[in-house]
Design a protein around this ligand. Structure first.
Ligand SMILES: NC(=O)c1ccc[n+]([C@@H]2O[C@H](COP(=O)([O-])OP(=O)(O)OC[C@H]3O[C@@H](n4cnc5c(N)ncnc54)[C@H](OP(=O)(O)O)[C@@H]3O)[C@@H](O)[C@H]2O)c1
Length: 248
């Protein structure tokens, strides 16, 4: 299926995990893919992975928590003639801790990287999309934004905020033919969840009706649907991919 031919997809945090799977999915469907990492080595690795998969595109360095870095990224894309028609806000971090002991810098880093980033990237990307009167934005949220999770007040707040942002921007941009949606993964097998203690993992599995962690490719498939022509009439939606853990 080459339904994304002619599209340019910007995927933040494409060096690993879910972002790498999204880059591969959109590339396999014909999009040119620009993936970002926070380091030069990560950006090079993205370029190598895309090339090995026969996908046109490259890796670039960007820090989504830094306005200057995001501005420079979009200036570079425009200069290269690769202004994105698809934006996937996937980059994210956790800095877990009970609120009573949470340092303000851990609150700030999580809110800024997961939620503040949307202000920067969506603002920059939507300018060209509005001119073109078309475009697709997908924000990668989390089941934790709906369920909450002890020790993740910063992350849950940021992810719930992303979903509110998604609905507001969907209303703003609908008249210009641009859709804005979110995908909320449950617990997915990536670096982010590999650090979980075995006991915690067992307890988690009991809460997942499908009885297993999800695969990054299963989240990428949901993103692939939302950016495809088939999803033209879907906007402001949060698509849950969580093995039944939350059925909102
Ligand atoms: N894994 C899960 O179970 C799960 C569940 C629900 C939601 N999610 C969400 O899915 C997204 C991807 O998660 P993942 O599990 O694939 O995470 P991951 O394996 O930890 O990868 C995170 C990605 O984000 C990038 N990144 C981190 N900070 C950044 C910054 N300041 N600027 C730009 N890029 C940055 C990383 O780049 P570097 O490689 O350069 O560090 C990396 O590519 C996140 O938004 C996460 O919250 C994950």
């Amino acid at each position: 299926m080459e339904d994304l031919n002619g599209e340019v997809a910007l995927v933040t945090g494409a060096s690993r995990g879910i972002g790498a799977a999204i880059a591969a999915e959109l590339g396999s469907r014909g999009a040119r893919v620009v993936g970002t990492a926070t380091s030069a080595a990560g950006a090079t690795a993205i370029g190598t992975a895309l090339e090995a998969a026969g996908v046109e595109g490259c890796g670039l360095v960007a820090d989504v928590s830094d306005s200057e870095s995001v501005t420079a990224l979009f200036a570079r894309l425009e200069a290269d003639g690769h202004t994105p028609s698809i934006l996937v806000n996937n980059a994210g971090i956790t800095r877990d801790g009970l609120l009573a002991r949470m340092r303000e810098e851990d609150w700030q880093a999580v809110v800024d990287t997961n939620l503040g980033s949307l202000y920067r990237t969506c603002r920059a990307a939507s300018r060209a999309m509005m001119r073109a009167r078309r475009g697709r934005i997908v924000n990668v949220s989390s089941v934790v934004g709906s369920l909450g999770n002890a020790g993740q007040s910063n992350y849950a707040a940021a992810k719930a905020g992303m979903e509110g942002f998604t609905r507001a921007l969907a209303r703003e941009l609908a008249g210009r033919g641009i859709t804005v949606n979110a995908v909320a993964p449950g617990f997915i097998d990536t670096d982010m969840t590999r650090g979980l203690a075995d006991a915690h993992r067992e307890k988690l599995l009991e809460q997942i009706p499908l009885g297993r962690l999800g695969a990054a490719a299963e989240v990428a498939a949901a993103v692939g649907y939302l950016v495809s022509p088939a999803a033209a009439y879907v906007t402001g939606h949060t698509l849950h991919v969580n093995g039944g853990m939350y059925m909102g």
